[in-house]
Write a protein that binds this ligand. Structure first.
Ligand code: SF4
Length: 258
């Protein structure tokens, strides 16, 4: 690792600690007085000068189970933090937050751009017209929606379904990172250029060129494909999308259903 990479890694670590601190603060405001966490994580937080309110010595509950031992509990806590979040201006116009939903220990995670009108109304990801097509794509792969996890880059609806700004995505991404750390999927499928661009921090993401090519997020294989909303407008691209999903099945060691 060169010095620049070390600096980047250090900056990322400090950012993660900041996000975690904000999350714990929101939990405290919700009345939560203890959470399960790894001892080394608690010590890292406790030794951080900007974290005076955290305990300097871990209580027995902190040193117990790993967060990853119970993803459902962790995902619920993240969803509560999202519900209380005001980190970016999107909180001003949302009806409901949309943290994402599905299997807490999935093989497969689908990531889209952000909630639309129906998602904002129901608080669930991909339940509008594009969501119905996604459901069919998932079923064609031999999964049910309950077997996979479905989430978005931003958890609140951008007004008019506009693309989230880089600032909004940056504010919200720590939630997705926390979710993925708990979910530990075998494969991530990104839906559309925006999800790919923000998840992998790409300057440009020409989905027509990148789709179908394996990428990686923190060691997890990532398959970029088209957003279902794009496929509704461009049904001729469904063949390419199915080719991408078959590559995912092959990666999972599953034969495509007849
Ligand atoms: Fe918070 Fe994300 Fe909603 Fe912005 S979009 S207010 S960062 S939950």
């Amino acid at each position: 690792m060169n010095p620049d990479e070390r600096l980047d890694l250090r900056a990322r670590f400090v950012e993660i600690l900041s996000d975690l601190e904000a999350y714990l603060q929101s939990e405290r405001e919700e009345g939560v007085t203890a959470v399960a966490a790894r001892r080394d994580l608690v010590e890292a937080l406790a030794s951080r000068p900007a974290t005076p309110a955290l305990p300097s010595t871990p209580s027995p509950r902190y040193s117990g189970s790993l967060p990853s031992e119970n993803p459902s509990v962790g995902l619920g806590a993240i969803a509560r933090a999202i519900a209380a979040c005001t980190r970016c201006p999107l909180h001003q116009t949302r009806t409901r937050t949309v943290p994402g939903q599905g299997n807490p220990s999935p093989e497969l995670v689908f990531i889209g751009e952000g909630p639309g009108a129906e998602e904002d109304r129901q608080g669930l990801a991909f339940v509008g017209a594009a969501g119905q097509l996604l459901t069919k794509m998932i079923a064609a792969m031999g999964f049910s929606r309950e077997e996979v996890f479905i989430a978005n880059i931003v958890k609140c609806r951008p007004p008019g379904n506009r693309v989230p700004t880089p600032e909004e995505a940056a504010a919200c991404l720590p939630f997705l990172h926390q979710q993925l750390a708990l979910l530990k999927p075998k494969v991530i499928v990104t839906l559309g250029a925006t999800a790919l661009k923000y998840l992998l921090n790409l300057d440009q993401a020409a989905i027509t060129k990148i789709r179908g090519h394996w990428l990686e997020f923190q060691g997890i294989p990532v398959m970029p494909t088209f957003h279902p909303a794009y496929l509704l407008r461009n049904p001729a691209s469904k063949r390419d999308a199915w080719s991408d999903l078959k590559a995912v099945l092959a990666r999972l060691g599953r034969p495509p259903p007849r």
